[in-house]
Design a binder for this molecule. Structure first.
Ligand code: ATP
Ligand code: PRP
Length: 216
């Protein structure tokens, strides 16, 4: 049996075409079923639905053989025991610093002020500000980061941005782009050895689906 860990929502939705390319169809809709283990058209392939931030943990400890997870989540979790063969170029966004409209971020940085930064991505934020030599107090949040500068909890946030609509709706502006983010295929290293043939088939099919057709 091959077990693939996916999270509901954008990663599941954007993975479906890749699964199709590998000849795999999931038999239930994760938005309507209450099941957490979903069968596929292949009797020896199943999908487990987990929180996005739990995907690396499931794959690392062998609860799943493979998984699909954002670069952000992987950087926060650490990639020990995980083989990362492919950048799937799905769930694309960027990790950015944002502040309230009118907040003088550049001035605060220039003056060496100690910034309060709220984020779910503490490791990424710590490394980014350390590399710039900016002193920060990091405040860990689990969601709705946009609220932090509006309520005075923090001066800035580090969060993912895609269209920018969420920032705009909350009168925040992006002041620094930390890195581009997309989702990766991660594989349990022991599973790769023990179930080499079926796992290789999935990796190769995903890779082929990503490769743009070459023009003659
Ligand atoms: P959890 O449920 O564990 O808190 P989450 O809510 O971040 O995680 P998703 O919203 O499904 O989970 O996001 C999954 C991944 O998709 C993120 O890790 C990130 O890489 C990417 N992502 C997040 N927001 C966006 C967005 N607005 N547009 C595109 N990709 C995004
Ligand atoms: C993510 C992120 C931002 C938003 C950015 O939230 O936390 O709030 O996307 O996207 P935008 O720039 O296109 O507006 P998501 O939609 O995943 O909701 P969540 O907070 O429930 O994860």
């Amino acid at each position: 049996m091959i077990t693939l860990a996916l999270s509901k929502g954008r990663i599941f939705d954007e993975t479906l075409p890749l699964l199709k390319a590998a000849g795999i169809e999931v038999l239930d809709d994760p938005e309507t079923t209450r099941k957490l283990i979903l069968a596929t058209n292949l009797p020896d392939v199943r999908v487990v639905l987990v929180r996005a931030s739990d995907v690396p943990t499931y794959v690392q400890y062998g609860g799943a053989d493979l998984g699909i997870t954002g670069r952000d989540t992987l950087l926060e979790h650490g990639s020990q025991g995980l083989y990362q063969p492919l950048d799937l170029q799905i769930a694309k966004c960027r990790m950015s610093v944002a502040v309230r409209e009118g907040f003088d971020y550049a001035g605060a940085v220039r003056q060496g002020s100690r910034l309060r930064v709220a984020t779910k991505f503490v490791s990424i934020a710590r490394e980014f500000f350390a590399s710039k030599g900016v002193h920060v107090d990091l405040i860990k949040l689990y969601g709705s980061m946009e609220l932090a500068p509006l309520t005075g909890l923090a001066d800035a946030i580090v969060d993912v941005v895609s269209t920018g609509n969420t920032l705009k709706a909350n009168h925040l502006v992006e002041v620094e782009r930390i890195m581009d983010i997309s989702s990766r295929l991660v594989v349990n290293q022991a599973a790769l050895k023990l179930k080499q043939q079926p796992i290789r088939h999935i990796i190769d099919a995903f890779a082929a689906a990503l490769t743009p057709p070459t023009s003659v």
